[in-house]
Design a protein. Structure first.
Length: 162
């Protein structure tokens, strides 16, 4: 199953709305009833604190790796570029980790197909990467107070991807 897609990306310097805070932690005490919201808020607190740390202390950009290289087969170099493994931080503080070398078929991108229609003009090709969360591991939903569907499934995990 692919963990990302190779859509054309918007490489503008503008950043999506990714405001942080206010940072609110759960307060635990013996006898407290914990519900889904408490666990979701707990995760949100830690994720947002890390994103805030990354964005404010480190900024955004490539941390290491992510070199764009030509395809190793000379016959494929006019069609593919490859991205080496590495890590980046986006403008919202998300860590983007590329674990394996990935090759991108440029001819599958609409912007590339448009650019090569005018060979007389100079073109600049940018390879951009964008943080993405992918729901995964579908499991049965045992209780849903909003539905009577007994066969409903939901994601068990969220895969941080790109």
């Amino acid at each position: 199953m692919p963990h990302h897609d190779h859509e054309p990306c918007n490489c503008s310097p503008s950043c999506p709305d990714c405001a942080f805070g206010p940072f609110t932690r759960n307060h635990y005490f013996t006898g407290k009833l914990l519900v889904e919201r408490d666990f979701t808020d707990e995760q949100k607190y830690h994720v947002d604190k890390l994103r805030h740390h990354n964005a404010v202390l480190h900024g955004h950009g490539v941390v290491c790796g992510l070199q764009v290289t030509p395809h190793e087969n000379p016959a494929c170099r006019d069609r593919f570029v490859c991205i080496e493994p590495g890590t980046a931080i986006d403008c919202c503080g998300h860590e983007i980790v590329v674990r394996e070398r990935e090759c991108i078929d440029l001819t599958a991108l609409e912007s590339y197909r448009e650019a090569i229609k005018d060979p007389e003009r100079t073109h600049r090709l940018q390879v951009c990467i964008r943080y993405r969360e992918c729901p995964t591991e579908e499991v049965p939903v045992l209780y849903d107070d909003c539905s009577c569907d007994e066969s409903r499934c939901g994601p068990n995990r969220i895969l941080e991807s790109w």
